[in-house]
Design a protein around this ligand. Structure first.
Ligand SMILES: O=C(O)CCC(=O)C(=O)O
Length: 189
């Protein structure tokens, strides 16, 4: 966990510098005590049932700043491009996938887009395992556009940013995460 947190902080340092902010900006403002979580996911083999595709996890974005994902070599992770096309994020041995989360989209005023993704374990006939590490802001962080991002809302933003989700959201991260969690799991017991 400590190593992954250090990796996440290092990536966020690069993000800050790329946004013309001091390298320690995220560490000092959002990640003093990050709310990180690491979970292990097991996807049973997935076959089409009467022509209906069964998703191991349906399309969604992650709540926080970054997700650092270790997947096994099964394949099946798909991400949506800016052209609204689903593409396979095929596993590369000894590597991580890094997904942008909703809070980084909000903080950059839509300059960086949170990654819509989904999983279908359909290639190997065996269980698929993955291990995402979610690097989220401190629970009470106020999330709003960064000082260097007020005017950076790009004209070529994708439709999905304009229409939904978090780029219009400002407020407390904990409230956002709780509301999104409740909406995702409403109706479940
Ligand atoms: O298992 C995967 O590859 C993706 C897991 C996932 O949906 C997530 O990290 O939010």
């Amino acid at each position: 966990m400590d190593t992954l947190e250090r990796l996440g902080q290092a990536i966020m340092r690069g993000v800050a510098l790329g946004l013309n902010l001091p390298g320690d900006y995220f560490r000092n403002n959002y990640l003093q005590k990050p709310a990180y979580r690491c979970i292990t996911l097991n996807y049973p083999p997935n076959h089409e049932d009467k022509g209906e595709i069964k998703w191991g996890v349906g399309e969604h974005t992650d709540y926080g700043l970054l997700t650092i994902l270790k997947q096994d070599m099964s394949g099946g992770l798909q991400v949506k491009t800016a052209n609204d096309e689903w593409i396979e994020a095929m596993p590369v041995d000894n590597s991580f996938v890094v997904n942008i989360g909703d809070m980084l989209q909000t903080a950059t005023n839509g300059l960086y887009v949170s990654t819509l993704h989904r999983v279908q374990n359909k290639y190997t006939g065996k269980n698929r395992f993955s291990c995402p590490f979610f690097l989220d802001p401190v629970w009470d962080a106020e999330i709003q556009p960064l000082p260097t991002c007020y005017t950076q809302l790009r004209e070529n933003e994708t439709k999905r940013i304009k229409s939904e989700r978090s780029s219009s959201y400002t407020g407390n991260y904990g409230e956002y995460a709780t509301a999104k969690f409740s909406a995702s799991f409403s109706g479940t017991k």
